[in-house]
Structures are given as structure tokens and as C-alpha cells.
Design a protein around this ligand. Sequence first.
Ligand code: GLV
Length: 308
Amino acid sequence: MALLYKADPVRGQQWQALFAHHAPDIEWRAWPDIGNPEEVEYLAAWTAPEDVAQLLPNLKVLFALSAGVDQLDLSRLPPALPVVRLLDPGITRGMCEYASWAVLSLHRDMLRYRQQQVARCWQAHLLQPAVNRRVGVMGLGAQAQQILATLAPLGFALSGWARSAHQVSGVECYAGEAQLPAFLSQCDILLCVLPLTDQTQGILNRRLFAQLPRGAALINMGRGGHLVEEDLLEALGSGRLSGAVLDVVQEEPAPASHPFWDHPQIVLTPHIAAMTQPQSAFGVLLENIRRFERGEPMVGEVDRSLGY
Ligand code: GLV
């Protein structure tokens, strides 16, 4: 029985060493050296090869090596193939660190102070207490809830919105299309960690920005596909939004000509908010393989009809 790995080769070596040490019964294969394809039962991948069904006739489970699975094009995979997202505590920690940094940067006016520093301008602006700053998170899944828990001790007024109803202690929760306007109207900082699906594609658009308080700021830690990029530029230009911290863009890597690179009100990072860490992810992946072998449900299995 073999597991085929198809992702970053550098971290692949760490994964391989972990499998050799803790799960020698599972033979490790690294793409493109797939060996006898009939022996491959598990695929651990960032993107799936084309024609998975023909290529790997005995594939039993596809393990995404990421929290999001939108890059896999689920419609092209065999319908009965279980797809499992990676709920790596290392990814969650990365998301919490990035979210804290981004929220605090916007809360403490760091985009403006950075511009002032470049201009050698020593000028203070009034400080808002965190309790007056309303931070709203779009998405209320495992990662979003950890992010909210990380922000809570800083004193922000916290809210969250998701497709379905949630209850999170210390967080005002909103659900569904009907409550979206009420949620947006009270977000000074809006942070997106939604999964990318047909429903959330382009959700961060002009119509949505118009429902935020004037001068609100945006953090996108989801996917580039959530944001209509021209609408953000327009909203920043008109003062509807005051700034944005973006870890993802439509086209990655962002081309050198992309207007976000040198926009004074945008901080752009190259999809580094979180990275799958073999050390922390290995146990989660192996436990899922063992669960599958025992016929038990796996943790993080994707609902193919919802897309996450
Ligand atoms: C990274 O973007 C992930 O989905 O894990």
C-alpha cells in the first residue's frame, strides 16, 4: 500500500522522514515518481493530477495538504472519492498570528504611520481604544473561531458571520444572507476567512463595501477569488475603505504590474498567513489514514455538495 505525495518537494522530505519513522507500513512515493500506480491508495496533494481516476485506479482517499480545497476542482474527481481537508494546528496557529498582526496594524494605523515615516513626518493621530473597534470575521469555522479567541483578550468588540447559525462565546454571531447587512454595518475591520465556493466567489465587492461603516478596513486571508479587485481599488479611492491587508490575490504570484504592489493603503503578502507544517500536520494525516483503515469517519472530510 502506497501514499503518493504531490506538493512542495522541500517539505516532502520532512513528510517522508515522518512516515518512515512512524508509519513504515505506508510506502512513500513522491510525484512524479509514482511507481506502480495500482499500489497507490492515498494521495496527499496541494493540486490533484489530471484524470486521477485513470491514473490511480485504486485510489481510496485524497488528502488535501491545505485547509482550503478550492484549488482541487472537485467536479473533476470521481464522485465517490472521499476528499479530506487538513485541519493542521500549525495552519491554525499561523492564521491566528497573521490575523492578530493584521488587525493590530489596522487598529493602530500602521499603514498611515509607515507612510509618515517614509515622509519623515512626526505626527500623532488620536488613539482609539480596542473596545471601540469592531472586528467582524466572515466565516465561523474552526479557524475563524480560533482567530476570534486569539483576538478576544485584546479587547476588541467581536462579531462573526457565516452561512449557517453558530454560537461562539463572546462573539455576536450573524447567519445567512438575511443578517449580512446588519453584520456589515458594524464592522470597522472586516476579516475574511471564508472557504471559496460558488456562493462566496467575489463576495468582497462594491455592494458589500457600501454596507460597511465609512472608512472601514479589510483583511483577506481567504482566497483571491473572494475579492473583486477593481472594487477594492475604487473603494479605497473614494474613502469608503481606509486600508486593506491582503494575503491572497486572484492571480498568484501577483504579476509585477499588479496595482496592489505599490498602493499606499494596501499591505500585500505572498500567501504566507499560514503554511502546512509537517511536524504538526503529520499526526492529523496519519490518524485519518488509520481511521479510514478502521472504517471510522475521518476528521475534515469535505462535503462535496458544499465544496468545503
Ligand atoms: C492555504 O491557503 C490553505 O488552504 O491551507
